[in-house]
Design a protein around this ligand. Structure first.
Ligand SMILES: CC(C)(COP(=O)(O)OP(=O)(O)OC[C@H]1O[C@@H](n2cnc3c(N)ncnc32)[C@H](O)[C@@H]1OP(=O)(O)O)[C@@H](O)C(=O)NCCC(=O)NCCS
Length: 171
């Protein structure tokens, strides 16, 4: 099994592997989780998502990682640091997707804060964004609880998104 990259009180994060596809399909195959995406994923799309994140890891040292619930050892979603271009500027996005039966317990916020700290200490990043559909209230709230504020709204990949951002001074 891949080594643990970061720990929070209730979670472990590690690199995704193809073995995570069934657990991740319980997240990305759920129409409610995917409300702000074009469609829920099928198995082939889920495999491509894992491969994309493995490639990001190989190129940048980070991507979306598997989120493991320490109490049970289950993979319950993903969270991580994704390189993005916004208006031609390179940004590091904190992204997160969690299994629906576990929503509302602060787990996404815990994972996002873990990734933000890891991004600062391991990679030296000082600025992080989240790109969020304006109606995705839960995600906007997670961004706020991670210390982000709404910076602007932009057209991104042909859809409106709120750009939430946080900048941390060098230690
Ligand atoms: C966004 C997501 C990861 C949040 O996961 P979570 O573990 O439930 O998040 P948290 O418990 O840390 O925080 C959620 C916050 O949103 C609030 N919230 C949730 N649904 C809400 C709604 N419909 N209206 C207002 N607030 C809402 C919760 O009350 C909580 O805020 P609080 O702590 O102030 O009460 C989860 O909803 C998800 O997987 N959504 C689908 C995937 C997605 O959209 N990802 C983000 C893409 S930008």
């Amino acid at each position: 099994m891949d080594p643990i990259l970061l720990e929070t009180p209730r979670l472990h994060l590690r690199r995704m592997t193809p073995d995570d596809v069934p657990a991740l399909l319980r997240v990305f195959g759920d129409a409610e989780v995917m409300r702000f995406y074009p469609a829920p994923f099928d198995e082939a799309r889920m495999q491509r998502w894992v491969a994309w994140n493995q490639q990001l890891d190989a190129e940048h040292g980070h991507g979306l990682w598997a989120v493991i619930l320490r109490a049970t050892g289950e993979c319950i979603g993903d969270c991580g640091l994704v390189p993005q271009q916004v208006d031609g500027v390179a940004e590091i996005e904190i992204g997160y997707h969690l299994r629906r039966d576990l929503w509302g317990q602060g787990l996404a916020t815990e994972a996002a804060l873990g990734c933000l700290n890891h991004g600062m200490t391991t990679f030296g990043y000082r600025r992080f964004v989240s790109l969020i559909h304006p109606q995705n209230t839960a995600s906007r709230r997670v961004a706020e609880k991670t210390g982000m504020t709404l910076e602007r709204e932009v057209e991104w990949r042909n859809k409106p998104v709120c750009v939430y951002a946080v900048e941390r001074p060098a230690a």
